[in-house]
Design a protein around this ligand. Sequence first.
Ligand code: SF4
Length: 281
Amino acid sequence: MGVREIRTDEITRTVKQLCIEANTVLGNDVIKALEKGYEMEESPVGKDILSQLLENAKVAKEEGLPLCQDTGLAVVFVEMGQNVHVVGGDLNEAIHEGVRQGYKEGYLRASSLDPLTRKNFGDNTPAIIHVEITSGDKIKLALAPKGFGSENMSRVVLFPPAVGIEGVKNFIVQRVEEAGPNPCPPLVVGVGIGGTLEKAAFVAKKSLLRPVGQSHPNPDIAKLEEEILEEINKLGIGPQGLGGRVTALAVHIETYPTHIGSLPVAVNIQCHCDRHKEAVL
Ligand code: SF4
């Protein structure tokens, strides 16, 4: 297979578009999950909130307005075919520029700042960029704006292996319980099991790109997802934490091989404003 050239201006244009779309158009997968939640919810207040969330998504799409005032940090997942040659500039800078333009032209809030001085950079850059090299001659870009009401409720723990699957389940459910109303439920709970400290967190976050409620292809993991979702929805936190059955819309688990001496578990909590959009160049 020959080398295929992809220009940085095409990458910038695509990232810009993805920023605007992700922040204003909620995916059909999330809408369907919220509708299903509406059917399941028994609490009148919970039902009312779910219908308001659906109405919010409709208005945002029609008016081109952000789904939420927290338009997040722009997390960009890049799957880069090894036969791609990026021309016209630097890949990272092309992505940052796309975020810069997208957040400016879409009138989206800029939240990125220096962690110590707390000085805002004003254009929501730098993006958080994760690059994975794959086979082929295409670039897949997935953009997931991440609000920090939910990000702040996320955790990684490196357990001893003796904790076992039961311990892992308890930890995930307990994390959601402790988070309570803070991450704006109903949630999508991304879980990464295995790897190292950073790999567990990475696979947990990447699991959030999966269409909401699409089970893991491995039936044992899919069963675990279902069991944990059931436990979470017994907590009674409900939509926006005001009580009800629908605390989470889905649990997505991804695993990665780990060390004999450890059982890393990352829980990356996503709020109801589960924004993610993809494009392939
Ligand atoms: S957690 Fe989500 S819904 Fe809540 S304020 Fe942040 S982005 Fe918005």
